[in-house]
Design a binder for this molecule. Structure first.
Ligand SMILES: C[S@@+](CC[C@H](N)C(=O)[O-])C[C@H]1O[C@@H](n2cnc3c(N)ncnc32)[C@H](O)[C@@H]1O
Length: 258
């Protein structure tokens, strides 16, 4: 089939012309401070400036089997730094998260002394870049992968916790923002709801999750050929039901294979 698809974190990217002013996608105009941002959840793409990744879907579909999936789901060396069929095929810092960190800081109005948590932080690339673009910001991460944490960036040593998104071992309301990118969909539906409730508990609506989704049967088929680790995925409307069920009032966007 279709050779090399693109993984779209963005789609019709809802991006502010001024990167320091978020856009309300339902047409209420620019939102410039974090107080306004927390009024209602919004579909907004905070990964719009992440370079598009081209992926060889044919190779993935051919290599995929229950053994490969089982190994990938351990989120160990093979998933991050092993052969491409098990996951990333080499997960290395290259600075690509810096623009995303800038947009997250602007979107949530974060400043020195504030605290942000990245749920599913892997090796801490985003945690590192959040602190780089906003000096004095206290950024932390949590991830289920001991391998990732043991191979983290030197700047984030001690800032990354080992644990699951379903149970975030921090006091309620203890973060100014929580982000979780391409992580919570690794749980089953009840687990996704538990994770969203936890994210909501830590930061109220000042949160952003990005999850696997699709807008058409064709995109769904491409996704099913590509996916290794996601346990729950759905069309946007299905996800919105899950958000509502969890009482999640933060922002969100979709990762779409196309
Ligand atoms: C696709 S990677 C995304 C990593 C990073 N957020 C990014 O966008 O580059 C998924 C991450 O979620 C982590 N993960 C998987 N299940 C998890 C869970 N139950 N709780 C926390 N992290 C989990 C994996 O170890 C991995 O680091």
């Amino acid at each position: 089939m279709l050779g090399i698809p693109r993984l779209r974190g963005a789609g019709a990217a809802i991006r502010p012309k001024d990167p320091h002013a978020a856009i309300d996608p339902v047409g209420r105009g620019p939102i410039s401070d974090c107080t306004q941002r927390s009024i209602a959840m919004a579909e907004v793409n905070l990964l719009a400036r992440l370079p598009r990744v081209r992926r060889n879907l044919t190779a993935r579909a051919e290599a995929k089997n229950p053994e490969v999936i089982a190994v990938s789901r351990k989120f160990g060396q093979e998933y991050f730094d092993g052969p491409r069929e098990y996951g990333y095929g080499g997960y290395r810092y290259d600075g690509r998260w810096i623009p995303i960190a800038e947009d997250i800081v602007a979107h949530f109005g974060l400043k020195s002394g504030d605290r942000i948590l990245d749920v599913g932080c892997a090796k801490g690339f985003l945690v590192k870049d959040l602190m780089k673009v906003c000096p004095g910001l206290e950024a932390f991460g949590i991830d289920i992968s001991e391998y990732a944490l043991m191979h983290c960036e030197p700047e984030v040593v001690g800032r990354l916790h080992l644990g699951s998104c379903e149970h975030l071992p921090f006091p309620s309301g203890s973060f100014n923002a929580v982000v979780s990118i391409n992580t919570i969909h690794n749980q089953d539906r009840p687990g996704v709801i538990r994770a969203l409730k936890e994210i909501q508990r830590l930061a109220g609506g000042k949160a952003y999750v990005q999850v696997d989704s699709y807008h058409s049967e064709e995109q769904r088929r491409l996704f099913l050929d590509w996916v290794l680790t996601a346990n729950f995925h759905d069309y946007p409307d299905g996800w919105r039901k899950v958000f509502a069920e969890a009482g999640y009032t933060g922002d969100y966007y979709w990762t779409v294979v196309e």
